[in-house]
Design a protein around this ligand. Structure first.
Ligand code: HAM
Length: 418
């Protein structure tokens, strides 16, 4: 047994599996850029207060944060999620609005590790600040949906949609909900009985059977929205229909972070266990910039969990690992220098190629070529060296031709193009 292993709840992603990550991140970057989002890179740690300010009542902040004192005595935390850092950066730099940014970043939560739940996970996300136009909600949600549905190819993904109202309608609703919950306090689980006053919405999110049963007919926020939130929500629903995003209304959806207002959503996969079936989630946070000391600035975004997207893909047989790592394998039976020079020339022309080292047998080198899924092997043996040529072998058909060393690069590129 090795002395060192990755810490519990973390994992290494090695090649070739990492090729799927690369592909997924690339698809997402392209899709987000096409919609006018620019890459944002912000620190992996922030002042602890940034996260405390946005979610003091949430498990993510109360129980799961990786916080620490640095050598200068600053109280910092590894980011448990991606939104607060982006909004902190927005408030600090005040870019022009609408400000549309996307990111790929690890997040850290001290959770009980299990399949699909890790202490370091990775999110693909976007944040857009500066307008509460419901058309932006539609744009952001369709980006999440298309990433999961089109890029990853998940058929079993559903969008759950809710509105959490705003500072006009939510306070009155919370009073109604508190009264409802107080009347049933004896039936709630211990944890949530204590949180009726501080955060009654959380109780609706509890998965324990006692809470689920006691709150089955709890008042629903969607029935208590003010006129402005009602028409915003209606516009979002019509817009989603218009661009073909299939959604289901989920009046109990409250999400695990407290900054949400109005539109909230989750992408669930039917092929994952219920406790970890959210492959993504997001929503509006129209008060968050203010909470972090900025001007009132509405915003909306989402985070998709890479690990969960890939687990769902595995369960559905979607998004397979590419079978080819390079197009060409160089088989050098003359010591290895010929392969070094040929590889250099081919790569300079944009061709993906690899080679064997250590002067292996032709059998071992061809085996490596097959393992890499290469289409062509370029073979340099003693005979080719003597005659100034290279043998090109098609690894699918076995057909081969001998061409002059001076034309082999062009001939290889032509054959790959054909
Ligand atoms: P979240 O729902 O906490 O939202 O996380 C987003 C996604 O990250 C989840 O749907 C899930 O796929 C993945 N995820 C979360 N925790 C874990 C974990 N412990 N292990 C594996 N995957 C996990 C947010 O973080 C918000 N910042 C999303 C957002 C952006 N809202 C507005 N803008």
């Amino acid at each position: 047994m090795n002395e060192f292993r990755a810490p519990p709840g973390t994992h290494d992603v090695l090649p070739p599996e990492s090729a799927r990550w690369q592909w997924l991140i690339g698809c997402f970057a392209q899709r987000a850029s096409r919609a006018g989002f620019g890459l944002i890179v912000s620190p992996l740690f922030e002042d602890l207060a940034v996260f405390q300010r946005v979610g003091e009542e949430t498990d993510v902040v109360r129980k799961e944060m990786y916080d620490f004192l640095d050598k200068g005595g600053r109280r910092l935390a590894l980011r448990p999620e991606g939104t607060a850092p982006v909004v902190r950066a927005f408030v600090q730099h005040r870019p022009l609005t609408p400000f549309k940014a996307y990111y790929y970043a690890p997040s850290f939560r001290y959770e009980r590790p299990q399949a699909g739940r890790y202490r370091q996970h990775h999110q693909l996300g976007v944040e857009a600040l500066g307008t509460d136009d419901p058309e932006l909600d539609v744009e952001v949600m369709s980006l999440a949906w298309e990433t999961a549905r089109v890029d990853v190819g998940l058929e079993g993904v559903t969008v759950l949609l809710n509105s959490l109202g705003d500072s006009v309608c939510r306070p009155a609703y919370l009073e109604t909900l508190r009264a409802f919950l107080e009347a049933r306090a004896g039936q709630l689980c211990d944890e949530h009985r204590e949180r009726i006053q501080a955060n009654p919405l959380r109780v609706l999110d509890c998965k324990r059977p006692a809470c689920v049963a006691a709150t089955a007919d709890a008042p629903r926020l969607v029935d208590h929205l003010c006129p402005a939130c009602t028409s915003h929500f209606a516009a979002v629903k019509v817009g989603l229909d218009a661009v073909g995003v299939h959604f289901h209304l989920a009046p109990r959806l409250v999400r695990g972070l407290d900054y949400y207002t109005r539109t909230t959503f989750e992408l669930q996969s039917s092929s994952l266990d219920a406790a970890q079936n959210a492959v993504g989630g997001g929503g509006r946070y129209d008060r968050l910039a203010e909470a972090l000391g900025g001007p009132p600035t509405p915003g909306i975004g989402f985070g998709l969990g890479i690990e969960r997207l890939l687990l769902a893909a595995d369960a559905e047989g979607a998004f397979p690992l590419p079978s080819r790592t390079v197009d060409v394998w160089l088989v050098d039976l003359t010591g290895g220098r010929a392969a070094t020079i040929l590889a250099h020339e081919l790569r300079a022309e944009g061709c993906s190629c690899d080679r064997s080292f250590d002067d292996r047998s032709i059998k071992a080198q061809l085996k490596a070529a097959n393992r890499a899924g290469a289409r062509l092997a370029l073979i340099v043996g003693e005979e080719e060296r003597a005659s100034g040529s290279v043998t090109i072998r098609d690894l699918d058909s076995g057909e081969q031709e001998e061409v002059g060393r001076d034309v082999v690069v062009k001939r290889t590129l032509d054959r790959l193009d054909a």
